[in-house]
Ligand binder design. Structure first.
Ligand SMILES: C[S@@+](CC[C@H](N)C(=O)[O-])C[C@H]1O[C@@H](n2cnc3c(N)ncnc32)[C@H](O)[C@@H]1O
Length: 354
């Protein structure tokens, strides 16, 4: 018996339409005000799904496999001490969860810079490489390079994606005027010298190429006065700032990204700010799901985020950190506090005549 091919659907399915509507509502609320609802209500199953079946053909090459251990966590050893957060399995899972959360918040977008048929993409501080792999799938004709201090990327990746162990704060070895897109996400807690990094990005981009920075501001906000003075999450975020400052990292520099890009000489600079809810307090189901992701990302990361800055930087003992975190965990469960962290997307273009 011959099989009859199914007709192609000429119009979007009801589910696709529903998903598109949801993405619109989320984008609108993330950019304005998130409506509060029942914290334990239903979740939608409309979340972004990452492609688990990417074609595999190329393995990464790196001999930097040594790690440092401290306070029960594993850290990078290449340029040891440069980055204050762990690189072990729990941290990698958390980074991948952050990726799903951010892509959801951005309605499925991996970037906002208006790149057209990119050929050479650089992902600075690629982490588990999840963004680089997804962008490699989205632009199969582009070569994507992800660089990081840690060789924690998967061994099998799409053929157009490569990884390299490298310190992005050192002098760049990439050929000048060659890249058409440079992306750096969640790097505000890492980079000490943004002007130097952005200058190197400018010179490495070809004229007309784009740079994009995506980062969370480590400060709890709310639109309805539900954050009280003793909100422990806010105290935690403040201490992370203080701990990172000891190492010359200004975590508040996310607020300067737009100006930094303009000062470097980038043009057509745009900034978008989205609200990232903490917890299940939003009414909208997708927002509620994003809030659940966010509280898990923070809860699962409390130990990893604080150990380096608090013990190395602020000289707390491991026990002092653990005791302090009890109160922070409690604050994350408090659904009467409608807090969110701003997520900043800034992109700009190297002028064509440079
Ligand atoms: C918070 S993670 C973000 C990972 C990735 N960008 C993402 O959004 O999924 C920061 C990453 O930057 C890397 N990193 C920090 N400082 C770096 C440096 N100077 N050069 C290269 N990578 C660095 C860390 O090893 C870590 O993997």
């Amino acid at each position: 018996m011959s099989s009859v091919p199914l007709p192609e659907s000429p119009t979007p399915t009801a589910r696709e339409e529903h998903n598109a509507q949801q993405a619109q509502i989320v984008a609108q609320q993330a950019a304005t005000t998130i409506e509060a609802g029942e914290p334990y209500g239903n979740f939608s199953d409309d979340g972004y799904e990452t492609d688990q079946d990417s074609t595999a053909s190329t393995s990464i090459s790196s001999s930097v496999r040594d790690y440092a251990f401290e306070n029960g966590r594993r850290y990078h050893s290449f340029r040891s001490g440069q980055y204050q957060f762990p690189n072990d399995e729990p941290e990698q899972e958390r980074e991948d969860m952050k990726h799903a959360m951010i892509v959801n918040l951005c309605g499925g977008k991996l970037h906002y810079a208006p790149i057209k048929e990119p050929q050479n993409i650089l992902d600075v501080g690629t982490g588990t490489g999840i963004w680089a792999i997804d962008v490699g799938d989205e632009y199969p004709s582009a070569e994507v390079l992800g660089i990081d201090l840690s060789p924690i990327q998967p061994a099998w990746v799409p053929p157009n994606v490569k990884f390299l162990v490298d310190d992005c704060e050192s002098s760049w070895m990439h050929k000048p005027n060659t890249l058409d897109f440079i992306h750096a996400r969640h790097m505000v807690s890492s980079i000490k010298n943004w002007p130097k990094l952005l200058n190197q990005a400018f010179n490495t981009l070809e004229p007309g190429g784009w740079v994009e920075l995506q980062d969370i501001q480590f400060k709890a906000h709310c639109d309805d006065d539900t954050i009280k003075d003793d909100y422990q999450l806010e105290k935690f975020l403040r201490l992370v700032h203080e701990g990172l400052a000891v190492f010359g990292v200004d975590a508040a520099s996310v607020l300067k990204n737009k100006q930094l890009l303009m000062d470097t000489g980038f043009v057509n600079v745009e900034e978008k700010i989205f609200k990232l809810p903490v917890g299940t307090w939003p009414k909208n189901k997708t927002m509620k799901m994003i809030g659940l992701y966010m509280s898990s990302v923070v809860n699962d990361g409390l130990n990893g985020i604080s150990m380096g800055p608090f013990t190395r930087g602020l000289k707390w003992s491991r026990e002092e950190v653990e005791i302090f975190l009890i109160g922070v965990r409690k604050s994350l469960k408090d659904t009467s506090t409608h807090s969110y962290l701003p997520f900043h997307v800034v992109y700009g273009q190297r002028p064509l005549d440079t």
